[in-house]
Design a protein around this ligand. Structure first.
Ligand SMILES: O=P(O)(O)OC[C@H]1O[C@H](O)[C@H](O)[C@@H](O)[C@@H]1O
Length: 291
């Protein structure tokens, strides 16, 4: 059996693997936590802390053959958020094949480094020389996702970025997202600026909000579970759930898909980053489970 043959997940070790027939990398920490990252979009599609359940939502109707962005997991948004510029929605990083640079176990951690550099296709859309580096590191109960952007060109460039994290929920109508009290946000559904008056965000229908200058730590409470969502270097936070109607209209999401997911995205949207020639920017989103 070669290193890249499909293997039962229970036996997979840290290294290249196949996920639904696609090139991926598997991580297994010494304590038994596991994660899988598709090379397409460097999309983290699974994270299971040691002795715990899957924490991410991956749509059963997700397109995984590399022909489209993945509906679920953690797509990387770069260099444009949503339709806030002339590029394809959410930019191009989530829809390109990245390169696996390293997958290793060190101490309590297993980690992988994936990169995407400019090529003919990206330059046709966005005429800049860059490298994106995504480092995913897991230990028993924590995952760190660090996105670095390097300007390899002679000219400065500006970008927006996000880690579009789809968290799994038992029933999103019973989940509570805490920590956003007092925050200003743009309600994308209503197309209006608003302020968060209560500490707990609950979901019963479509919600699509950009919280500006969001706190560094939020908590998602779900049945029997508490998940800390921590960010460093990302200023904003997007909370998105398509609700029943949009869920039914998205071909890569089951009609009831909205019930078992909530996107909490670490994002840099309001103040696009301006990176001078040779400069590097990086930011992290971490998820930590506590019972
Ligand atoms: O369907 P997608 O292109 O993956 O976008 C999914 C969603 O991403 C973000 O959360 C945006 O705030 C939403 O407005 C958008 O609908």
């Amino acid at each position: 059996m070669t290193e890249t043959s499909p293997q039962p997940r229970a036996h997979q070790r840290t290294g290249p693997c196949q996920f639904e027939g696609q090139s991926a990398v598997h991580l297994r920490s010494p304590a038994g936590a596991q994660a899988t990252v598709l090379l397409h979009g460097a999309t983290l599609v699974s994270w299971q802390p040691a002795g715990d359940e899957e924490q991410l939502y991956l749509s059963p109707a997700a397109v995984l053959d590399g022909s489209a962005p993945v509906r679920g997991g953690v797509p990387v948004i770069f260099p444009q958020f949503n339709q806030q510029g002339p590029l394809p929605k959410h930019g191009f990083a989530r829809d390109h094949a990245w390169t696996l640079q390293e997958a290793t176990v060190r101490g309590e951690h297993a980690f992988a480094v994936l990169t995407l550099s400019d090529n003919e296709a990206t330059r046709a859309l966005w005429p800049h020389a860059f490298t994106l580096e995504l480092t995913i590191s897991i230990d028993s109960h924590r995952i760190d996702m660090e996105l670095a952007v390097i300007n390899n060109g002679e000219m400065p460039f500006e970008f927006q970025a996000a880690l579009h994290t789809y968290l799994s929920t038992t029933d999103v109508r019973r989940a509570q997202l805490e920590g956003l009290i007092g925050q200003n946000y743009q309600d994308t559904v209503l197309d209006q600026p608003r302020q968060q008056w209560i500490d707990v965000v609950t979901i019963a229908q479509e919600i699509d909000r950009i919280y500006w200058q969001a706190p560094a730590e939020l908590t998602l409470r779900d049945t029997g579970r508490r998940l800390a969502i921590v960010s460093r270097g990302f200023e904003d936070c997007v909370v998105w759930n398509p609700g029943p109607e949009r869920s039914a209209s998205l071909p890569d999401l089951p009609d009831d898909g909205w019930l078992t997911m909530l996107c909490v995205e670490a994002a840099q949207i309001g103040n696009p980053v301006r990176l001078a020639a040779g400069e590097e920017w990086s930011a992290i989103q971490s998820l930590v489970v506590a019972k």
